[in-house]
Design a binder for this molecule. Structure first.
Ligand code: 13P
Ligand code: SF4
Length: 326
């Protein structure tokens, strides 16, 4: 514990010295989430991370999350320096939607409005009309559907399928998935619900349809944390990355949280339901990054770059969402 405390103290000091601000996602290491909160940064869902990074005055943002989050921050603030503890932290949705194939798919369907999930590369966002996150995708597609628009959706088939079902919109879906949420199992969840008949089920919409079907609340990470606080229940079954439990427990003390069952694992498995790329962010690599920030080599290994021409196109699709959310 003491090495952790020392590292945390050192990071706090370095953030001040380097005039950098830490923006963290709910799926990263609990210490990093606490640090972000305690140092005037933020810990939040992808929508709020984007907004916070854009609006903060700091010239250097440290994004503790995955690559697309760093890229979104860079696209929104090209003049800022965006650093990440590990640039190899990617996402199966981003990996499963290469820009060439995606562009060909869009070109085959020129009559459709292209809506992409935040979990994509800058180049994919540049080809899209709209970018959405899980907290607002449903509302945006509802809005487009009301205008009579037909949608091409990428890359998450589960989130796309859920939005399609809720809105009745005409949606053509790319077939990607999140390797963490894809593992949640409907049949086992149903059995678990029988064991805890009073438990409420909170589900992230990247989960398969038969899991979403059992949910009391479906929403982004922030939305399901809020639900845990607000709902009148003492036990919750949670179908999302288990990194979220840290904040949930702090925000709703005294309530009980159980991770939903995943393939081949018991409901209490500690190592399942956790994103391997989010897990690449740690106290040590964050401290090393801050410590060595003056060296060119260190910066090069941690700085997020987006081709300015691509960034210029991608910002339109991101700003549509941010303007809609405002
Ligand atoms: P939100 O935090 O926007 O719900 O996104 C979840 C996610 O997949 C991040 O990887
Ligand atoms: Fe991507 Fe899933 Fe990891 Fe989120 S949890 S970053 S969607 S692989």
């Amino acid at each position: 514990a003491d090495q952790r405390t020392q590292l945390k103290e050192r990071i706090k000091q370095l953030l001040v010295e380097r005039e950098a601000v830490l923006v963290a996602h709910y799926y990263v290491d609990a210490d990093l989430q606490d640090l972000a909160e305690e140092t005037g940064g933020c810990v939040s869902d992808s929508l709020e991370m984007a907004r916070f990074g854009r609006d903060h005055a700091a010239k250097t943002l440290i994004v503790a999350g995955v690559r697309f989050m760093g890229e979104t921050a860079k696209i929104l603030s090209p003049e800022k320096r965006i650093l990440m503890p590990d640039l190899d932290a990617t996402c199966s949705l981003d990996l499963g939607c290469p820009v060439d194939e995606f562009t060909a798919f869009c070109d085959q369907h020129p009559d459709r409005t292209v809506v992409v999930y935040a979990n994509t590369s800058a180049a994919v966002k540049a080809r899209a009309d709209w970018m959405v996150t899980s907290s607002i995708g449903l509302d945006i597609v509802k809005h487009l559907h009301a205008q009579g628009k037909k949608i091409l959706w990428a890359p998450d088939k589960h989130l796309g399928g859920y939005i399609q079902k809720e809105t009745g919109a005409d949606m053509l879906l790319w077939q990607g998935s999140c390797l963490v949420h894809d593992e949640f199992k409907g049949v086992e969840l149903d059995l678990l619900k029988e064991q805890y008949p009073h438990a409420k089920v909170l589900v992230h919409p990247e989960s398969p349809a038969n899991v979403v079907a059992l949910a009391d609340v479906v929403g982004s990470t922030t939305q399901i944390i809020n639900a845990a606080v607000e709902m009148d229940a003492d036990t919750f079954i949670v179908a999302t990355d288990n990194g979220i439990l840290h904040k949930m427990q702090a925000a709703a003390p005294g309530k009980r949280f159980i991770v939903a069952p995943t393939a081949g694992n018991s409901a209490t498995c500690k190592s399942c339901a956790h994103c391997p790329w989010m897990a690449m962010n740690g106290l040590q690599n964050l401290a090393d990054l801050l410590e060595n920030m003056d060296s060119r080599g260190t910066i090069a290994a941690h700085e997020v770059f987006v081709d300015p021409a691509i960034g210029k196109q991608a910002v339109t699709s991101i700003n549509r969402m941010l303007d809609f959310a405002a």
